[in-house]
Structures are given as C-alpha cells and as structure tokens.
Design a protein around this ligand. Structure first.
Ligand SMILES: Nc1ncnc2c1ncn2[C@@H]1O[C@H](COP(=O)(O)OP(=O)(O)OP(=O)(O)O)[C@@H](O)[C@H]1O
Ligand SMILES: [Mg+2]
Length: 499
C-alpha cells in the first residue's frame, strides 16, 4: 500500500515542556492508523501540526512522497487533510450547512447558493447516516454527538484523503460508535486514510489496522498490527510498565443516611416521574443511551435546568428548583460532560480552577490561607494524576485528558454532600483511570453521595453500587451493579426489555 503521509523528527516546545521530541509517523492510503499514548503524550499536538494549525520547531513532513510545509490550516485542507478535533471547533451561532461549508461556500450568490448549500449538506449528512439533521438547524442547539457528525460532514465536503479524528468516540454512546465505525469502514474502502486517536483499546481492535504509540513526546512503537498486538504490550509501551487498570468491585460504603432524594422529577419533553434516592457513601450509576436524557437529569438536579414537575431534597430539605445557587448552597456539585464550555475557566491557572469551589474553606477571619490552598491543590493534582501537577500551569495548556482530571479534582477538593459526575473518565487514559476511580471511591468512603453517568459499561458496573436504567424518559430498572452484566444493560437500553 502506498504511503500518503510521513512525518519525521517532529519537535514542538511549549514554555517549560517539550511536547514532541522527534516524533515519526507514517500513514498509508486506505488504513486506519491508531495513535495511542497517555494523557499529555503529545497526540493532539502532533495532529495540530498535521492540520497546519501549529508550527513544528523542527522536523519534516511529506505528503504523497513530496516534502511539504504547511503554512496554515488552509494549506493542509488544500492537500486533502481534514481534522476533527477533540474539542470540536464549530461555530455555535451558524447553522449546520454554514458550518459544513465554512471557508469554501458554494460559489453562486444569494438564494440559489443557500438552496444548493443546503442540498449538498443534506447529501453529506445522509452519507453519514444522519439524514434526519436539518441543514438550517443552529449548531449551538445540537447535542455533542450531532455536532461531531457535522464536523465529519465538513471533512467529507473537502474530499479529504486523510481524516484525523481526535477521540471521536468520546462524545458518543455505543450505538453511535457503531455508526461511526460504519462510516470509517466506508472511508477505508474509498482509499481514505484515517488517523484515529482513542483511549479505548476495544475500539482500536475493532477498527484499527496499525498502531503508533507515543510516550512523553516520543514515538516508542510505529506501525504495530492493531488486532494482534497484545494489550499488555500496548499498555507497557504507553506507560513504561504493564499494569492494566482493572476495576475490581469494592465493598459498598453505603450508609443508612439518605442524602439525595428525587421525587417524581420531570423535565418537559425529556423525562418524567423520576424517583430515586442516593445514600451517604453510595455510588449510583445512571445508564442509558446518549440522548436518553442522562445529562439533563444531572443538570436538573444541579439547578441548571428548571424541572416541570417534582422535588429534589438534600438531607431531607427541599431545594429551590432551577437555581444552581440554591443547589450549591445545599451541597451539590456537578462535574459536567463538556468540560471546555461548562467546567473550566480556560484563561486561569489550574490551581485557581481547582480551588474555585472551595475558597471559603481557606478563608478565616477575613484572612486567606493561600499557602495551604496551594499545597492542598498541588497534592490533589498529583493524586488524580494531572500532568504537570503544577497549580500555576494555565488550564489552556493542559492536554484534553488532563483538563478532565482537573475538573474532577475541583470537586474532590470541595466538601460537597452530593457529587454529580457526567462521564468522569471521558478522555482519561487507561493508566490514569484507576486514579480517578480511587478518588471517587474515597469520596464515597467519606460519606459523599455520588450520582454518575457513564457510557463506559465496565466503568459503570465496576464503580457504581447500584444502577438505574433510563430509557424513553423513565427509569425502567434499578438493581445492584453486582447483579447486572454489560449484556443486561445493553439489552435494556437498546430494546427496553427488562430482565
Ligand atoms: N498551548 C499549550 N501551551 C502549553 N503547553 C501545552 C499546550 N498544548 C499542549 N501542551 C502540553 O503539551 C503536552 C502534550 O499535550 P497534548 O494535548 O498533545 O497531549 P495528548 O496526547 O493529546 O493528551 P490527551 O490524551 O490528554 O488528549 C502536554 O504536556 C501539554 O500540557
Ligand atoms: Mg489530546
């Protein structure tokens, strides 16, 4: 097979960090090339260079055998390289068709242009199996999965020969991942090369042809066969040792004290009549398809959405619905799914972000104990494995997975009574996942009530004590996690069949 892309000796320095240290990557036409590595290994940095979005400090790039220099994103696009970023870069204020054709609008003017653009957009969306998306829908109103489809449609609109996908499955549920894989298979059959970044080894086995592994900004393995290379070997290359994070079920720490009670909670058009409790020390998992309303349940409890019916009680006291101020005062915390838009102040340091929720704890008689705050923060960053574990580092400079860990760290430092976790390990590498699990368990041991949404079923079953299954806006099943298998949950969320 012919090589479409070769990157050699790529170096990229950021202040104080060498993100890429002579990285090599070789990609062939019609292959799915997986790029693996721990959080902060340099994957996103490498593909930003490939996309022309960032300049390397050294190294060479050749495209279809010819050396090239990418002066900017437009140059990469012109060659036929399209990138779907980890944090999608769509314009929320524009509609779907405008986003797809942004920068290369159809040439004709006015009304005819709108019509032809809409038609072309629909054709691309249909090719992706999402003909139901209307070209004139504002992108800002779409859920994460649909936004990603729009991003893919944009890549297809350029007739790209290489499509780079940075953790495309992170925002997707199991059914949407199968749809994504179907699209990738088709791209491969068309001779398009795909560079696929994911932390999920099962996906790499399912869709990948070859693997390149980065560790601390270096290529430690290139072109390994994706299906036959052993998991232990891959993890060993990524981490430097062979320890795979396995989630063994812990003895529940649930106490008799009921902390969160939700009664007949409803959100117009999304869910209705939800009633459940979470006890101190208990971890309750919410299972369901993406789009089933799981995030909305958390957001409603947190007061970010106004319920159409029902009550939320913390420690037996009703909290004012639709008010995050009231929710926070009652001891509720939310680690949201879309960390970039909801979870972090990107321009601030990691330390300020992490301690944002717990400032009162360090203030006494009007005196702010900055030293203790910094020490606690640094300690916590190290415990959840944020790299670098430096409170002064700008959040913007952290890798995607490290930003996610920082969001979690904030709530781990805070003294909340109820912690609402939305996809807690999305984008977190296999090694660091174990640290996150251990911290969530510790919180439960300290008596915090945890309500968690996760599309990763082994994680849901391994971490939660009890699982609620949400389908069509209702809880159709509740059971101890120990009594459920992954197959049970898949059957219930897909077909609605109870056990
Ligand atoms: N704009 C920036 N400023 C400063 N440091 C940066 C910047 N972008 C990336 N880095 C640093 O470069 C290193 C590589 O980050 P990168 O985002 O490429 O990691 P990654 O492999 O994509 O990780 P993840 O799996 O978490 O997404 C990290 O140490 C990160 O902190
Ligand atoms: Mg990344």
């Amino acid at each position: 097979m012919n090589t479409v892309l070769t990157m050699r000796g790529i170096v990229k320095d950021f202040p104080g960090v060498r993100a890429l240290d002579h990285v090599d990557l070789e990609v062939r036409a019609g292959e799915v090339h997986c790029l693996l590595g721990q959080n902060g290994a340099g994957k996103s940095t490498l593909i930003k260079i490939l996309a022309g979005a960032d300049n390397p400090d050294a190294g060479e790039l050749s495209w279809q055998g010819r050396p090239v220099r990418l002066s900017g994103p437009a140059a990469a696009t012109k060659l036929g390289i399209a990138t779907i970023y980890q944090e999608l870069d769509l314009c929320d204020g524009l509609d779907i068709a405008e986003n797809i054709f942004l920068g290369h609008e159809h040439a004709r003017a006015g009304f005819t242009r709108r019509v032809s653009t809409a038609r072309a957009a629909t054709a691309l969306l249909e090719r992706l199996g999402h003909g139901e998306l209307r070209p004139d829908t504002l992108v800002g109103t779409l859920p994460a999965a649909a936004k990603q489809v729009v991003s893919m449609a944009r890549a297809l609109s350029y007739d790209a020969r290489l499509i780079v996908m940075d953790e495309p499955s992170a925002a997707l549920g199991n059914d949407e991942v199968s749809n994504l894989f179907r699209i990738i298979d088709q791209l491969r059959a068309d001779g398009v090369a795909v560079v696929y970044i994911s932390h999920r080894l099962d996906e790499i086995r399912a869709i990948g042809d070859r693997i390149t592994v980065l560790k601390d900004g270096r290529t430690v393995a290139a072109g390994l066969p994706a299906r036959t290379t052993g998991t232990t070997q891959i993890v060993a290359l990524m981490t430097g040792n062979g320890a795979v994070a396995t989630l063994t079920h812990q003895a529940p720490t649930r106490s008799d004290t009921e902390v969160l009670r939700v009664t007949e909670l409803g959100l117009a058009g999304r869910f209705h009549d939800l009633s459940f409790t979470v006890h101190a020390g208990e971890i309750v998992g919410l299972a369901g398809l993406v789009g089933a309303g799981r995030s909305e349940v958390l957001e409603t409890i947190y007061g970010a959405r106004r319920p159409s019916a029902g009550q939320i009680l913390v420690d037996g006291r009703r909290i004012r619905p639709g008010s995050t101020t009231a929710a926070v005062a009652a001891g509720l915390g939310l680690a949201p799914e879309e960390r970039k838009s909801q979870g972090l102040f990107l321009l601030e340091s990691v330390g300020r972000n992490v301690s944002a929720a717990s400032l009162p704890r360090y203030s006494r008689f009007g005196w702010f104990d900055r030293r203790r705050q910094r020490a606690d923060t640094g300690d916590l960053l190290a415990r959840v494995g944020v790299r670098p574990a430096d409170p002064d580092y700008p959040v913007r400079g952290l890798s995607g997975g490290n930003q996610q860990k920082a969001v979690l760290a904030r709530w781990l430092l805070d003294d909340c009574r109820v912690l609402l976790l939305d996809e807690p390990t999305r984008g977190v590498d296999v090694g660091a996942r174990a640290d996150v699990y251990a911290q969530v368990r510790r919180l439960a041991e300290r008596g915090v009530a945890v309500l968690m949404v996760s599309s990763d079923l082994p994680e849901l079953l391994g971490l939660a004590d009890r699982v609620l299954v949400l389908r069509d806006g209702e809880i159709i099943h509740t059971a101890p996690a120990a009594d459920l298998t992954e197959q049970d949950i898949v059957a219930m969320i897909m077909e609605g069949s109870a056990l």
